[in-house]
Design a protein around this ligand. Structure first.
Ligand SMILES: *[C@@H]1O[C@H](CO)[C@@H](O)[C@H](O)[C@H]1NC(C)=O
Ligand SMILES: *[C@@H]1O[C@H](CO)[C@@H](O)[C@H](O)[C@H]1NC(C)=O
Ligand SMILES: *[C@@H]1O[C@H](CO)[C@@H](O)[C@H](O)[C@H]1NC(C)=O
Ligand SMILES: *[C@@H]1O[C@H](CO)[C@@H](O)[C@H](O)[C@H]1NC(C)=O
Length: 347
């Protein structure tokens, strides 16, 4: 009896190996292991923490085969390729209302969490500090509240952090800029603090802090980001002060500081940032001439500078029609500030 059972098993093994390597071997691999058991616990706890799921993303989250749940992605465990484990969660655009339970910390092999455009609220569980492999965390466009989730600062593998369009408040921790991130999006929250002095430690290629209240000035360490930074957006963050003098150390592609209170000149060495494609300084209190060097930027596609106190001659390349120079102090051009305003231009 036992022998024939073994024979049968061997027969299936051979068939597996020879004929249907993917189909049958996948199906006959033990579906249960301690990590998937933990994952089952985590997903059932999460399901209980969900109050509304209009697109029915989680309606098939039942039974032990968590790898078959919608939005759940499994892979071989990095430390043991024989074991299947949960590697990713993608519930983007689910419009799901609920919260994140502590049990999510049981998903210790997670590399990706994408929860963009849902109605998750509350805070990020402390148990996230178990997610030592987490590489991408996208919680954007949800209803999360509270202080900056400091548990994020203890994730050693994190490269992509997206918290934009939530209700996080209070200060942005300086430790955030010591993480080895590639991309950081915290725009459109309710953060209120100055930008930490160590911003320049961050190795990101993209950083977006726009639409928070980060009053204060651009930290002078900013120009240390020259090696990696391609894109920075500090639009509408309540910034004041002037540009760092050594701005040409950066090799930016997109530089957006519109809608702030920046003062002082746009220095000649902006023309040295040969990589620039987008430069947005409109709606500030900048003054002086617009340097002619701007016109020698080989890739510049869009330069916005209206609503400042710029004066003198417009550089030749900015004289074309449709170029918005309004609300500045250019002599003889329409839609400029009054003589009185221009004579009291902020220094
Ligand atoms: C996954 O779910 C589908 C139903 O959507 C089912 O047909 C299939 O058998 C399930 N797979 C496993 C391995 O349970
Ligand atoms: C759940 O739904 C997803 C996508 O709609 C499907 O791929 C999967 O097989 C379903 N799982 C079960 C257990 O029905
Ligand atoms: C500029 O500063 C003034 C005075 O402090 C403040 O009322 C205003 O909101 C600031 N504007 C921006 C765009 O930050
Ligand atoms: C230039 O950028 C501004 C601000 O981002 C945008 O409103 C405008 O449409 C852009 N213009 C072109 C020609 O791309």
């Amino acid at each position: 009896m036992k022998n024939s059972y073994l024979n049968l098993l061997c027969f299936w093994c051979l068939l597996c190996l020879l004929i249907f390597p993917t189909l049958f071997c996948q199906a006959s691999r033990p579906l249960s292991n301690p990590r998937l058991d933990n994952a089952y616990t985590a997903f059932q706890a999460w399901k209980r923490a969900i109050q509304s799921d209009p697109m029915e993303f989680t309606s098939n989250w039942s039974g032990p085969d968590v790898c078959n749940y919608s939005g759940v992605y499994c892979a071989s465990a990095p430390d043991d390729p024989q074991i299947t484990t949960v590697a990713g969660i993608d519930l983007n655009h689910g419009n799901i209302a609920g919260s994140l339970p502590e049990e999510l910390g049981l998903l210790t092999d997670l590399a990706l969490i994408h929860l963009n455009s849902n109605r998750f609220s509350g805070t990020i569980p402390e148990s996230f500090n178990n997610l030592q492999l987490l590489y991408e965390l996208d919680l954007s466009n949800n209803l999360f509240t509270g202080f900056f989730p400091s548990v994020i600062l203890s994730l050693p593998s994190l490269k992509f952090l997206d918290l934009r369009f939530n209700q996080f408040e209070d200060s942005v921790p300086s430790a955030l800029f010591d993480l080895k991130l590639d991309a950081l999006f915290i725009n459109d929250n309710k953060f209120r603090s100055s930008i930490p002095d160590n911003m320049g430690n961050s190795p990101v290629s993209v950083i977006v802090l726009a639409n928070n209240v980060l009053d204060g000035s651009i930290p002078s360490s900013f120009t240390n980001m020259g090696g990696t930074l391609d894109e920075i957006n500090l639009m509408s963050t309540g910034l004041s002060g002037s540009f760092p003098p050594d701005i040409d150390r950066l090799s930016l592609i997109v530089y957006d500081v519109g809608f702030n209170n920046l003062t002082g000149p746009l220095s000649e060495n902006f023309g040295e940032i040969k990589t620039l494609e987008q430069l947005h300084v409109s709606h500030n209190k900048l003054s002086g001439n617009i340097p002619a060097s701007i016109c020698s930027l080989p890739r510049l596609l869009n330069f916005t500078y209206s609503n400042n106190y710029f004066s003198g001659d417009l550089p030749p390349c900015l004289k074309f029609l449709g170029n918005d120079y309004s609300q500045n102090c250019f002599l003889g051009r329409p839609s400029q500030r009054s003589t009185l305003e221009c004579s009291s231009a902020p220094a």
